[in-house]
Design a protein around this ligand. Structure first.
Ligand code: NAD
Length: 447
């Protein structure tokens, strides 16, 4: 099939590349000329395991191309995916200016029957707005052309995006036309080898499904963070509790790890947008408001623990003179994405308290510079370099290389052997044994 994907970000580039990998002819479109120029020369703008090889292969074999020319791409394609960003507006609702801008552009340039697919995460009712935007342009041109709008929310996870796209748990298609639903099924059939979970439903339910999924996952995280905080107060061990509840098949083990709060480009904005959508129809989504509040508090926990350890001497900058080494900046491992990363709140707070911060991250340093500039120092090569003469190590992101480090080396480099672990990577009893002061989340010292 001939497809264009408009918006060549995390979702658009992965989706476009995977559709090309399954034999389709795909044109990826973006307004960012530098990004498109880079991709034409094989430069991948994001870090995503396995993506580079797939882009190179499919480009070389002529199935994948990149352009800023939306008009030409739409004309050549039966299906146009809209995969542009939907950032939160000032009031928390999803800002649809990019989505509707693209819809108008499609209406301005389409010449025959088109299937227009919302791949971006968009609130219930957006497909109607997309339809109106396209129709408005067709009316303005004085032409009568058929088109269908489909909702096809994306569930990939950054860091495992290729695998998630190629072997999805499910694909959701919201369509109001059987013929179009059949075309979408055909497009996705190569990805249905793991499970045949292609779920066709009405458009509004498909739009809601994406928000409900992210809201549920965010809720599990906030829930478990509160359980961990309570465990800590009550001398219970959250890891044992997780084992205990996860074994219940109704609950399951996933998404029950306590941490420094959820971040990224999806959960925070989608939770906000769903609260806003509810508000717009006069419904107070109390549960999600709490999920969000808990998350904001959780992001502040690590700096408070650090402050508690070094002592709040009442000075305006009580951590002045202290150096904190940080492992991990991206909002989760295996991505360079820094959008809404908890590290932003944690590091800003440490700086506010007067600390000097040195940070290591294998992939996110370039992105992190956009947030902290020269206010902290960085390393992307050696995770131990930043430890020399630091007063403590704080772990924010659970990259694999932090899971089994050389503790002797850490101890030799730090001024004192203190670790604040926001991801519960090590066993408290073992850390005590090897002489570290070790602070994690919701666990007993013997855990
Ligand atoms: P992104 O910011 O990485 O990419 C968006 C791209 O769209 C950018 O390259 C931007 O230049 C381009 N763009 C903006 N306006 C354009 C226009 N008028 N024409 C062409 N290109 C334009 O965003 P993303 O992370 O890929 O997210 C895209 C959508 O997918 C969002 O709605 C997001 O919520 C959703 N989503 C994201 C993820 C994820 O893990 N990142 C997962 C599932 C769903």
């Amino acid at each position: 099939m001939r497809i264009c994907v408009i918006g060549t970000g995390y979702v658009g580039l992965v989706a476009g590349t995977c559709f090309a990998e399954s034999g389709n002819n795909v044109i990826c479109v973006d307004v960012d000329e530098a990004k498109i120029e880079g991709l034409r020369n094989g430069v991948i703008p994001i870090y995503e395991p396995g993506l580079k090889e797939l882009v190179h292969r499919n480009s070389a074999e002529g199935r994948l191309s990149f352009t800023t020319d939306l008009a030409a791409a739409v004309k050549e394609s039966l299906i146009s995916f809209i995969a542009v960003g939907t950032p939160p507006g000032e009031d928390g609702s999803a800002d649809l200016k990019h989505v509707l801008g693209v819809a108008r552009e499609i209406g301005r340039h389409m010449e025959g029957f088109k299937i227009i697919v919302d791949k971006s995460t968009v609130p219930v009712g957006t497909a109607d707005k997309v339809r109106q935007a396209v129709q408005g342009e067709l009316d303005r041109r004085g032409v009568s052309l058929e088109f269908d709008v489909v909702s096809n929310p994306e569930f990939l996870k950054e860091g495992a995006a290729i695998d998630d796209f190629m072997k999805p748990d499910r694909v959701v298609i919201g369509a109001d036309n059987v013929r179009t639903a059949e075309i979408m099924k055909e497009l996705y059939s190569p990805f249905m080898r793991k499970t045949n979970r292609l779920i066709v439903m009405d458009i509004r339910s498909a739009e809601m499904t994406k928000y409900a999924a992210n809201a549920m996952l965010a809720t599990r995280i906030s829930f478990m963070n509160q359980i961990a905080n309570l465990c800590e107060l009550m001398n219970a061990d959250v890891s044992a509790v997780r084992e205990g509840i996860g074994s219940d098949s109704r609950i399951g083990y996933d998404f029950l790890f306590p941490g420094v709060g959820y971040g990224g480009s999806c959960f925070p904005k989608d939770v906000k947008a769903l609260i806003k959508t509810a508000e717009e129809c006069g419904y107070d989504f109390l549960l999600l408001k709490s999920v969000e509040q808990v998350n904001e508090r959780q992001k502040r926990l690590l700096p408070e623990k650090i402050l508690g350890y070094f002592g709040n001497n009442g000075a305006s900058r009580p951590l002045a003179g202290k150096t904190i080494a940080v492992w991990g900046l991206s909002f989760k491992p295996r991505t360079d994405d820094m959008r809404e990363a908890p590290s932003i709140v944690i590091i800003e707070r440490l700086l506010e308290l007067g600390a000097t911060v040195r940070a290591h991250d294998p992939e996110a340093v370039r992105e992190a510079r956009k947030f902290f500039g020269d206010r902290i120092t960085y390393s992307s090569s050696n995770q131990y370099d930043i430890l020399a003469e630091a007063d403590a190590l704080a772990i924010i992101t659970e990259w694999n290389e932090y899971r089994n480090p050389d503790f002797e080396r850490i101890r030799a480099l730090l001024r004192q052997p203190v670790i604040f672990d926001g991801r519960n990577l090590y066993k408290p009893a073992r850390m005590q044994e090897i002489g570290f002061e070790y602070f994690s989340l919701g666990r007993t010292p013997t855990g």
